[in-house]
Design a binder for this molecule. Structure first.
Ligand code: NAD
Length: 267
């Protein structure tokens, strides 16, 4: 089994990586080959050691072909299954357990630039659109080609099911189980008064539906998971349920609702 690791940049995480590599090399039951990210070899399994942000980084680095496992070295992460104290159990599981592969849907986004160029990007958590200043973001929202509303406020989030527990949750969006292939459009501080009106609820769209956001501001801030940038030349963004899913290798049982409970209620 070819294994790659992606690390958060801190001493504790590097030490956990060192210990884990030692244990994997010492394994006599199964050959594990540790590979580096040199673009030549594709790993079968990517171990993200750090937090949820590290996992997001790993997924954007290696894409949809390998499976992922998260080991958390900070506070409990949503995507991470293992703690550093459990490295021996983890290696035992790698040697002996056939993992369940949980597949999490993504969000696919087309960015239509004013000059006609189209860029394709995807997110595991979400695409966030905000104004690049304190003034109001104004966006014409179309659903499946039909005008839906004009949004005025701080921003809009289009999240995946697994991203529904991240930024989307902080703006009171619903938590969606990742077996439901959908995207969720949520508002950040919409203006609702006698003059301006939005739906003021999160919308969950199924596969094959699309949401189109047409910019009225000259300059916007766009976030895709960890990546963020200011754009001056975007005319519209079209989001749909992603064509590809991210695969998580589950070597121990932690169903989605248990994960939600552990992350937000019990710790
Ligand atoms: P970060 O270090 O600021 O992390 C933000 C928090 O989001 C961390 O506690 C992380 O554990 C948590 N998180 C990330 N993905 C999650 C998920 N799917 N479910 C539950 N919690 C999750 O930033 P980062 O590590 O670079 O992570 C980027 C993510 O941060 C973005 O994808 C976005 O969802 C999230 N974020 C949240 C808010 C908010 O809640 N107000 C604001 C900005 C960004």
């Amino acid at each position: 089994m070819k294994i790659a690791t992606v690390l958060r940049d801190d001493d504790n995480t590097r030490e956990v990586d060192r210990l884990l590599r030692e244990k994997l090399r010492a394994s006599s039951t199964r050959p594990f080959t540790l590979i580096e990210n040199n673009g030549e070899e594709q790993p079968d399994l990517v171990l993200s050691i750090g937090g949820d942000g590290t996992l997001l980084e790993a997924v954007h680095q290696y894409g949809f072909s390998p499976s992922y496992v998260g080991i958390h070295t900070g506070h409990l992460g949503f995507y991470a299954d293992w703690r550093p104290e459990e490295l021996d159990d983890f290696v035992l599981a790698l040697e002996n357990v056939e993992p369940f592969i949980a597949e999490y849907p993504t969000v696919d986004c087309e960015f239509h630039k004013r000059d006609g160029e189209v860029l394709y990007k995807w997110a595991l958590n979400e695409m966030v659109l905000r104004n690049n200043s304190l003034s109001t973001l104004v966006v014409a929202v179309y659903i499946n080609g039909e005008e839906f509303e004009t949004f005025r406020g701080d921003g809009l989030i289009v999240s995946s099911p697994s991203g529904s527990t991240a930024y989307n949750k902080a703006v009171n969006g619903a938590i969606v189980h990742p077996s439901l292939e959908g995207i969720q459009l949520s508002e950040i501080a919409s203006i609702n008064n006698q003059t301006y009106r939005t739906i003021n609820s999160s919308l969950v769209l199924p596969k094959h539906h699309q949401v189109e956001l047409i910019m009225m501001n000259p300059e916007v801030m766009i976030g895709l998971d960890r990546e963020q940038a200011v754009w001056t030349d975007i005319r519209s963004i079209v989001c749909v349920v992603g064509q590809n899913k991210v695969k998580f290798a589950r070597y121990k049982k932690l169903p989605f609702w248990g994960r939600v409970r552990k992350s937000f209620i019990t710790g």
